[in-house]
Design a protein around this ligand. Structure first.
Ligand SMILES: O=C(CO)[C@@H](O)[C@H](O)COP(=O)(O)O
Ligand SMILES: [Co+2]
Length: 214
């Protein structure tokens, strides 16, 4: 299991220190939650945050774009140094085209599903994506409780991946801690995002504990 610390729970006034701590602790990538105040009721980072972090770490930068009309932002995040760009199925009327545009910018493309959105809405785009992110909370805020019903969704997606001979990575996001990571690992998730759990204590100890339970 790869672990992607979410900087949503880091100290916004000292992001570089938080990033250095999780990198030293062996994180696999950095998860950057971009919120536009429309798609979700919160405001966070923009492309300039990615641009500022890029020279501060060698970790891959993964942007979780919680924004309406994501096409507006693709070029900006690509140019800023994003390695993986994840867009919500619910945020665009033209998902197939949006994913093609991300790939055309030489950025890995991923799609995200809210808890209430069925897996079959991705049937046509699965061959296009490098990654599928299953939200295990409603998006917008860190520190929420994991939704246990999402474990079956992860398992169903893993089954579909095998049946169709595809090789996208499966990621989970929301409420991941030492109590919840075991179930999603068993269900077939490859990458777990964790924010409040990692930054709510000593990041190195918390990361090691997650890896031990995964
Ligand atoms: O995308 C989101 C929230 O919308 C997440 O990436 C959170 O940042 C995860 O936080 P925790 O649930 O791990 O505290
Ligand atoms: Co996220």
């Amino acid at each position: 299991m790869k672990i992607a610390p979410s900087i949503l729970s880091a100290d916004f006034a000292d992001l570089a220190t938080g990033v250095a701590a999780v990198e030293a602790a062996g994180a696999d990538r950095l998860h950057i939650d971009v919120m536009d105040g429309h798609f979700v009721p919160n405001l966070t980072f923009g492309p300039d945050t990615v641009r500022a972090l890029r020279p501060r770490t060698s970790l891959p930068l993964e942007v979780h774009l919680m924004a309406d009309d994501p096409d507006r932002w693709i070029a900006g995040f690509a140019d800023a140094g994003t390695d993986i760009l994840l867009v919500h199925q619910e945020a665009t009327a033209h998902l197939y085209g949006t994913l093609q545009t991300i790939a055309a910018h030489h950025v890995q493309a991923g799609v995200v599903l809210n808890p209430g959105t069925p897996l079959n809405t991705l049937d046509e785009v699965l061959p296009l994506v490098d990654q599928v992110l299953i939200m295990t909370v409603n998006p917008g805020f860190g520190g929420q409780h994991f939704l246990p019903a999402m474990t079956a969704k992860v398992a169903a997606l893993a089954k579909t991946r095998t049946a169709r001979g595809l090789n996208f990575a499966i990621e989970v996001d929301g409420g991941i801690n030492d109590q919840t990571i075991g179930d999603v690992t068993a269900a077939g998730a490859d990458i777990a995002v964790a924010g409040s759990y990692i930054f709510g204590g000593d990041p190195a100890q918390r990361l090691a504990k997650l890896e031990g339970r995964a």
